[in-house]
Write a protein that binds this ligand. Structure first.
Ligand SMILES: C[S@@+](CC[C@H](N)C(=O)[O-])C[C@H]1O[C@@H](n2cnc3c(N)ncnc32)[C@H](O)[C@@H]1O
Length: 254
């Protein structure tokens, strides 16, 4: 994306951005600006598929899971979906943009969510304090995805599950998905998002960031390796809606 500033470019192997502070500042600013329209834009731009994807993630949590960390929780919809599905009893929602967390207030189940303003790369939580970690469209924004995965492993109890719902990079030719229906949907999103964002959210830059950030992030296979290196086993990946999004997860070893 030609109008993306260089601060979001990543090292192809490690996935780290070159200037973590500038990147985090820009990401914070973007989400603070669009927090008021975030939920509506999500449902409109995904034709409501985002709700279905969150439900499918929730179904992957072990029944009776007690305390779930919703990492990069935003307006809380993923943690709330886990509660609504009866798969979580309590949720800790961590995000570094308080304006996004404010969107949790008033939603069904919000009383079971503890919202904590904090950085996913330095979680303000003790070791092994949650029974599962979920993340929806969040890890792609982290300046250092491997450091984020290590934090997920640190706060998770051994045997607990990590479930990550994300738009991963697809390389031309590497999988059929870059050329099939998912490739078409992603290409359309890349063209449509900035325009729709300009009209509905009045923020062209924020919605131009999304397609660019998908292309710059890890592929599904690379992110599975990131989780493995952070101490997760029993890794799996599940395609959502013809590969538009993926759910990648594993169990904390030990
Ligand atoms: C695309 S939104 C996803 C929100 C929500 N999880 C969902 O499913 O709709 C990404 C969120 O990640 C948060 N975020 C990005 N980098 C973060 C970081 N380093 N620490 C905490 N939150 C972060 C942003 O503030 C934003 O709310």
């Amino acid at each position: 994306m030609s109008d993306l500033p260089d601060i979001h470019s990543r090292d192809r192997q490690t996935g780290r951005v070159q200037d973590p502070e500038a990147h985090a500042r820009a990401v914070r600013g973007m989400f603070a600006r669009i927090s008021g329209v975030y939920d509506r834009m999500n449902h409109v731009l995904s034709f409501n598929f985002d709700r279905r994807w969150r439900k499918r993630l929730a179904a992957r949590l072990a029944p009776g899971t007690d305390r779930v960390l919703d990492l990069c929780a935003g307006t809380g919809d993923l943690g709330l979906a886990c509660l609504a599905a009866g798969r979580a009893r309590r949720v800790v929602a961590v995000d570094f943009v308080p304006e996004m967390l404010a969107g949790i207030v008033g939603k069904a189940g919000a009383e079971m969510v503890e919202a904590v303003a904090g950085d996913g790369l330095r979680l303000p939580l003790p070791d092994a304090c949650v029974d599962a970690v979920v993340a929806g469209f969040g890890v792609r924004n982290l300046a250092d995805p491997a450091a984020g995965a290590r934090e997920m492993a640190r706060v998770l109890r051994p045997g607990g599950r990590a479930l990550v719902l994300e738009f991963f990079r697809t390389d031309p030719g590497a999988t059929g998905e870059s050329r099939g229906p998912a490739g078409l949907v992603r290409w359309t999103l890349g063209k449509a998002l900035p325009a729709v964002g300009r009209v509905l959210a009045r923020d062209h830059a924020a919605y131009a960031y999304l397609p660019g950030s998908m292309d710059r992030f890890h592929s599904v296979d690379e992110y599975r390796d990131v989780l493995r290196e952070a101490g997760f086993a029993e890794l799996f990946a599940e395609r959502m809606t013809l590969g538009v999004a993926h759910l990648v997860g594993g169990v904390k070893s030990g």
